[in-house]
Write a protein that binds this ligand. Structure first.
Ligand code: HEC
Length: 196
């Protein structure tokens, strides 16, 4: 089949070359779904997030009884405080959105495609998890607008609440929402697959 050993050699090199190209293509095209986050890891993220969700909601509902104006302070101070105090060591969590009130809640780069995916398909409320490299993973779940959110994130906001928001958050984008709208995400960042 081969006339000379050189021809055979170059044919072999060519085969190796094709192999390398195929392998590279295969690994790059697989990257988005690179590592499956295990069910246990997803559950650990959910367990860590639960007290944050519960305490935040309780604080908000309690505060709203004192009027929306006062509750703004609760939301401002309590949300980061609760986020910092619940959860195991090495776990961080918070809230983010495509329309943030506090610029400090702006999405990190890994959160952006996840926000975009929920915005594109808001009906799909499935939580999602991604490998962040360095032995950590990110977990997110969507947040939807309920009627009691409207006093601070709705289309019409009471003038005194509006004024306080404007004062504290001059770059506020988090208004104009309707009940059922996708508002943003809870996120958790934590170490992969080890018992904490
Ligand atoms: C009393 C007013 C008030 C109510 C009611 C309220 N929020 Fe907020 N919300 C705020 C304030 C103030 C912030 C900014 C907090 C901060 O500085 O971190 C905020 C921030 C957020 C954020 C974080 C992203 C961002 O925009 O900075 C999300 C998500 C959010 N709110 C969702 C909701 C949802 C969902 C509800 C109803 C279940 C709700 N909020 C009810 C005032 C309110």
């Amino acid at each position: 089949m081969f006339q000379t050993s050189e021809t055979r050699e170059s044919f072999l090199y060519m085969l190796v070359g094709i192999g390398v190209v195929v392998l590279t293509l295969a690994t790059t095209s697989c990257q988005p779904a690179a590592v499956e986050i295990s069910q246990e890891d997803t559950e650990r993220a959910q367990e860590n997030l639960l007290p944050f969700k519960q305490e935040l909601k309780a604080a908000l509902v309690g505060a709203l009884e004192e009027g929306a104006e006062t509750s703004i302070e609760i939301c401002r101070e309590k949300a980061p405080e609760i986020a910092a105090n619940v959860g195991e060591a090495g776990v961080t969590m918070g809230r983010t959105s495509h329309k943030v009130r506090n610029p400090g809640n702006a999405p990190e780069p890994w959160m952006e495609p996840l926000l975009a995916a929920y915005l594109e398909d808001p009906e799909n409320a499935e939580p999602r998890a991604v490998d962040l490299g360095g032995g950590t993973f990110g977990y997110v779940e969507p947040i939807y607008v309920e009627s009691f959110c409207l006093s601070c994130h709705g289309i019409t906001i009471a003038p005194e609440v509006e004024a306080r928001i404007q004062e504290l958050y001059p770059q506020d984008q988090a208004r104009g929402f309707r009940v059922g709208d996708f508002r943003g995400m809870f996120w958790v960042k934590m170490p992969l697959g080890e018992v904490l």
